[in-house]
Design a protein around this ligand. Structure first.
Ligand SMILES: [Zn+2]
Length: 100
């Protein structure tokens, strides 16, 4: 019973970290022609992205000395993952994450 509760809480935390909050824009969107896609090995994604979160399957970077929105994705990135990182370039944050 305890274990079930733990698993329920765990999945809540994980999903809240990965769901985009489309109800408001957290920062100005970056124009699409400034999006740069980096399709790299998962190990490289982890190197770049681990500073941003606990589950760095992919991430985006901006404000790194250029105007671009850098999207870091593994070679076999599924569509939902690409959509997710693109949403960050459009200025959206995760649900419950108002800062940045
Ligand atoms: Zn995200």
């Amino acid at each position: 019973m305890c274990k079930q509760l733990f698993l329920a809480l765990l999945s809540l935390v994980v999903s809240s970290c990965t769901v985009i909050d489309y109800s408001h824009i957290a920062r100005p969107p970056i124009p699409k022609d400034l999006w740069e896609y980096h399709y790299v090995e998962q190990g490289r994604v982890y190197q770049v992205c681990s500073q941003y979160g606990m589950f760095p399957e992919a991430c985006m970077e901006w404000g790194k000395g250029d105007e671009k929105c850098h999207i870091w994705l593994p070679l076999e990135a599924p569509k939902w993952m690409i959509d997710h990182e693109e949403a960050h370039c459009m200025g959206y944050n995760h649900l419950g994450e108002q800062h940045e």
